[in-house]
Design a protein around this ligand. Structure first.
Ligand SMILES: NC(=O)c1ccc[n+]([C@@H]2O[C@H](COP(=O)([O-])OP(=O)(O)OC[C@H]3O[C@@H](n4cnc5c(N)ncnc54)[C@H](OP(=O)(O)O)[C@@H]3O)[C@@H](O)[C@H]2O)c1
Length: 213
């Protein structure tokens, strides 16, 4: 698969490394231009390239947006029309400033991203795992259910399925949290944010959070 990255920091590099190791092609952008990513793509190897942000958005089967949340509103929204977007972003007011819809919980973090990129099919994933764990904890050989669980939320089943395949390939357990609104259960501030659980345990925990009472 060909996977674009808008953002080539901690999470962008960790996830790109996992995906290259699994046999995929990646193209990464940042805010300062592709020439500043020479060392990053050199360390990722021949299946990685540095590009501009518009090129990263258009590059492949999906695009990972992994930047400070406040910067999403600076992206060229029309370029995302029809794209599958994997949103790893989290809301940290100290970094991102106060965002009223998140402060009053009228939107989840990824619903805000979906509103900012209205033509995209947004999948919330990889927001709830420390970047070093993303680089190191994948174990494709381990039995499904016993691997570290990655919670995923989206309103777009086909897009979610594509992300499920990638999560499995890089050695984690895909855990379907439900629609995009269910990101509330594992975004910053939620009990399950950053939870280090197996896929089976995470699925059970998410089930409990959804149960009445
Ligand atoms: N760190 C973690 O363990 C972790 C875990 C899960 C989720 N997250 C979330 O995932 C997101 C990325 O986290 P991170 O730790 O990888 O951040 P980071 O290390 O600070 O990297 C941010 C990246 O975004 C790029 N960027 C900023 N504004 C941009 C723009 N307008 N266009 C294109 N690229 C832009 C930066 O490029 P420049 O350097 O050129 O500015 C940099 O490559 C954040 O929302 C974070 O909360 C982080």
């Amino acid at each position: 698969m060909k996977i674009g990255f808008v953002g080539a920091g901690n999470i962008g590099q960790a996830l790109a490394g996992d995906l290259v190791a699994a046999g995929h092609e990646v193209a990464l952008s940042n805010s300062r231009g592709p020439e500043t990513l020479a060392d990053v793509v050199a360390s990722l190897g021949e299946h990685a390239q540095a590009v501009g942000t518009e090129e990263a958005i258009a590059f492949g089967d999906l695009v990972v947006v992994t930047i400070p949340l406040r910067a999403v509103s600076d992206l060229p929204a029309e370029a995302f029309d029809g794209r599958i977007v994997v949103d790893t972003c989290n809301y940290y007011p100290a970094r991102d400033g106060q965002i009223a819809e998140l402060d009053d919980d009228s939107l989840t973090e990824s619903e805000l991203v979906a509103r900012l990129l209205p033509g995209a099919r947004v999948v919330k994933a990889f927001n709830s795992i420390f970047f070093k764990h993303l680089a190191e904890q994948g174990d494709a050989a381990a039995a499904p259910g016993t691997r570290r669980g990655i919670p995923v939320a989206s309103d777009h089943p086909a897009a979610k399925q594509l992300v499920e395949e990638l999560i499995d390939e890089i050695g984690f357990d895909f855990v379907d949290a439900g629609p995009l609104a269910a990101g509330r259960d594992f975004q910053n501030g939620a009990d399950l944010y950053g939870a280090e659980l197996t896929g089976d345990a995470l699925a059970a925990a998410l089930g409990r959070t959804e149960a009445p009472g």
